[in-house]
Design a protein around this ligand. Structure first.
Ligand SMILES: NC(=O)c1ccc[n+]([C@@H]2O[C@H](COP(=O)([O-])OP(=O)(O)OC[C@H]3O[C@@H](n4cnc5c(N)ncnc54)[C@H](OP(=O)(O)O)[C@@H]3O)[C@@H](O)[C@H]2O)c1
Length: 276
């Protein structure tokens, strides 16, 4: 696929706010043919891109949206798997049902979308899948165990997928944002058992306050959208690209270089957690 020129047909999941919305806006300005998705889409024809209904946890909903784009445009060149939400809570306080919902959206949602778009991409021997991961997919964050688990899973899934689809001319790539100012913070779901009576309550509240402050002071969504555009335009995209504040991206290097317990100690002290 020549990614440097010409309009691409792009499908961005979770485009009603935050990173997804910034992506559809930037890609529209760059003259691509853009479709965004939401569980409750508003009509946005006037802004140059189209919003389709898609709930990534529902097989039929995913298939319907993908078929709509294929029927209208005849192809999908790029998919940005961005739809996601965050669950917070100690691992012990997280119910199987809550964990399942987190993984269903953030991991199986990507699987559903990939399975819907890959046959047509394989047939055309061309396509690009950009999966929005997180620095939480490289570093296990306290009280975000299942959010981190979902993004670690997405990392592994994408590394595998990349190797499988390359022969069909398809590139799969990860984008790992650090903290970004979006509605993710306000939309975060707290495990029901994290409240009154939780053995972790005090440290959970302290750590979550730090996490949410950092998110509110994070980079704008447009920074991630620009990185996504770069990934679309580069000829042979790398496995992953990080985006965010330098200090947060430096954590990836620190994790690779430092002994694991040293790195963990630094992380814990950043979140005000004491070592015994
Ligand atoms: N903000 C950060 O600091 C940060 C950092 C790293 C990675 N990320 C990742 O970036 C992605 C986008 O998050 P954001 O920060 O932009 O949050 P956001 O503003 O809350 O946007 C989340 C988007 O996902 C959609 N969504 C949620 N559940 C869905 C479902 N079941 N089916 C379909 N769409 C669904 C929402 O659409 P509707 O509600 O309209 O359906 C919304 O458009 C997520 O994957 C997140 O994990 C965010």
């Amino acid at each position: 696929m020549d990614t440097s020129q010409g309009s691409k047909v792009v499908l961005v999941t979770g485009a009603s706010s935050g990173i997804g919305e910034a992506c559809v806006e930037l890609l529209t300005v760059r003259k691509h043919i853009v479709y965004g998705t939401s569980r409750q889409p508003s009509v946005r024809e006037s802004v140059g891109y189209r919003m389709l209904e898609m709930d990534v946890t529902q097989d039929a909903s995913v298939r319907r949206a993908v078929e709509t784009v294929l029927a209208r445009e005849g192809r999908i060149d790029v998919v940005v798997n961005n739809a996601g939400h965050a669950l917070a809570g100690a691992v012990e306080d997280t119910s199987v049902e809550e964990a399942w919902r987190q993984l269903d959206t953030n991991v199986l949602g990507v699987l559903r979308v990939c399975q819907a778009v890959l046959p047509s991409m394989r047939e055309r021997r061309s396509g690009r899948i950009i999966n929005i991961s997180s620095l939480g997919g490289a570093v296990g964050l306290p009280f975000q165990g299942f959010y981190s688990a979902s993004k670690f899973a997405l990392e592994g899934l994408t590394e595998s997928l990349r190797q499988e689809v390359e022969a069909f001319g398809i590139h799969a790539t990860l984008v790992q944002p650090g903290d970004v100012r979006t509605r993710l913070t306000d939309n975060r779901v707290r495990a029901a058992a994290s409240g009154e009576g939780s053995a972790y309550r005090e440290s959970f509240e302290k750590v979550l306050a730090i996490i949410e402050k950092e998110e509110r002071e994070g980079v704008p969504s447009e920074d991630v959208a620009r990185r996504v555009l770069e990934v679309m335009e580069v000829e042979a995209p790398d496995v992953r690209y990080s985006v965010g504040k330098l200090a947060q991206r430096a954590a990836l290097v620190a994790k690779a270089l430092l002994p694991a317990k040293t790195f963990e100690g630094i992380l814990m002290s950043m979140y005000g957690l004491k070592r015994r």
